[in-house]
Design a protein around this ligand. Structure first.
Ligand code: FES
Length: 158
């Protein structure tokens, strides 16, 4: 009898891995088995695909509402400056990744995430527990560099 079970080539694991695609001049598209802790919310929200604001202007934080276009947010994000980020080479896992939103600060992906910048064939790097800017002011986007402390960024309860 023929065996029609899918080949265990690791592709399924890769598909489930948390991936962050950094949209040029726009939001972060985060996919994976996510649990988003909304401040003031009862339980973390389970999602598999979300657009998260990184310009700081959304009225529906932590989610993108298209405000980056209104403020002409610019970050081509064609590359990642890995000099200021830790890439520990951990293996990709399909484990659930908790998304923690710091009050008036970055978002933390509490797990291993693959971060893609630029167009297809752009850079792909893998990070453990990356803290990603959501105020729009970091000089090391997509990562937080602490600039939110010097800006008047408020996350309005998110
Ligand atoms: S959230 Fe933007 S620099 Fe920290």
């Amino acid at each position: 009898m023929a065996d029609f079970s899918p080949a265990d080539d690791g592709q399924e694991e890769l598909l489930k891995a948390c991936t962050v695609h950094v949209h040029s001049d726009g939001p972060l598209l985060v996919t994976g088995d996510l649990r988003i802790g909304i401040p003031g919310g009862d339980e973390p929200v389970a999602e598999t695909r979300v657009f998260l604001c990184r310009c700081g202007a959304s009225k529906n934080k932590p989610f993108c509402d298209g405000a980056h276009k209104e403020i002409d947010f610019e970050d081509p994000s064609e590359s990642i400056d890995i000099a200021n980020a830790v890439d520990d080479g951990s293996s990709l896992k399909s484990a659930t990744v908790a998304v923690t939103l710091f009050e008036n600060g970055p978002l933390l992906l509490d797990g291993v995430a693959r971060i893609e910048c630029g167009k297809p064939d752009g850079q792909i790097h893998q990070f453990s527990r990356p803290a990603l800017c959501r105020c729009g002011a970091s000089k090391n986007k997509p990562f937080c560099d602490g600039m939110h402390n010097r800006s008047d960024f408020t996350a309005e309860g998110s």
